[in-house]
Design a protein around this ligand. Structure first.
Ligand SMILES: C[S@@+](CC[C@H](N)C(=O)[O-])C[C@H]1O[C@@H](n2cnc3c(N)ncnc32)[C@H](O)[C@@H]1O
Length: 170
């Protein structure tokens, strides 16, 4: 009986944490590491550049960034279980994974911002992102900002990636 209660509690914790993700920005769907490595090449990621993934899930995008030569890596993730997995997968090196709601985070200066979120969340991030240094580039997988023409876009394995200069988001 006691074991059953513990299992039920753990189950509701897991379900609850994934429910929070959906409610706040997007459910967890990982971007495949190989796909992201191709996308970073097409996006022109340079050796040593810093990369931030807003809603970093299990850290797959940041792992791809590291493999593509990125320097500092930062991830924000609302789901504590995913944040823990991302921390574990990315252990070692210059990495910070914050278990935070991205809408309440003060986004750090970075060279490249990546996001794979619902369209509403993408648009909600426009104002905070526009305050980052003008040279920052934003990569959005799947969903563009409403009413902003991307600097360019490209497809990798059937998925569209939109690239923006922060200055165009203001
Ligand atoms: C579609 S997944 C993308 C995961 C990862 N970026 C990737 O491409 O592999 C979206 C992620 O955003 C996280 N998320 C949703 N709302 C969030 C919020 N308000 N703050 C931080 N993370 C959030 C979800 O938990 C989920 O892991």
């Amino acid at each position: 009986m006691f074991l059953l209660v513990i299992i039920l509690m753990l189950l509701s914790l897991v379900i609850g944490s994934f429910g929070v993700s959906i409610l706040f920005g997007a459910p967890f769907v990982a971007t495949k590491q190989k796909m992201m490595e191709k996308a970073f090449v097409k996006a022109g990621l340079k050796e040593g550049q810093s990369v931030t993934d807003i809603g970093c899930g299990d850290g797959s995008v940041l792992l791809a960034a590291r493999k593509s030569g990125a320097g500092k890596l930062v991830g924000y993730e609302i789901n504590p279980i995913l944040a823990y997995i991302a921390r574990f997968r990315l252990r070692g090196g210059n990495v910070t994974i914050s278990r935070e709601n991205m809408f309440n985070s003060s986004l750090e200066k970075t060279d490249v911002i990546f996001m794979y979120l619902f369209p509403k969340a993408v648009d909600r991030l426009r104002a905070p992102l526009s305050k980052l240094p003008q040279t920052t580039r934003v990569i959005s997988r799947g969903f563009p900002f409403t009413g902003v023409i991307p600097m360019r876009s490209f497809k990798v394995d059937g998925s569209t990636f939109y690239i923006y200069h922060v200055k165009d988001l203001a």
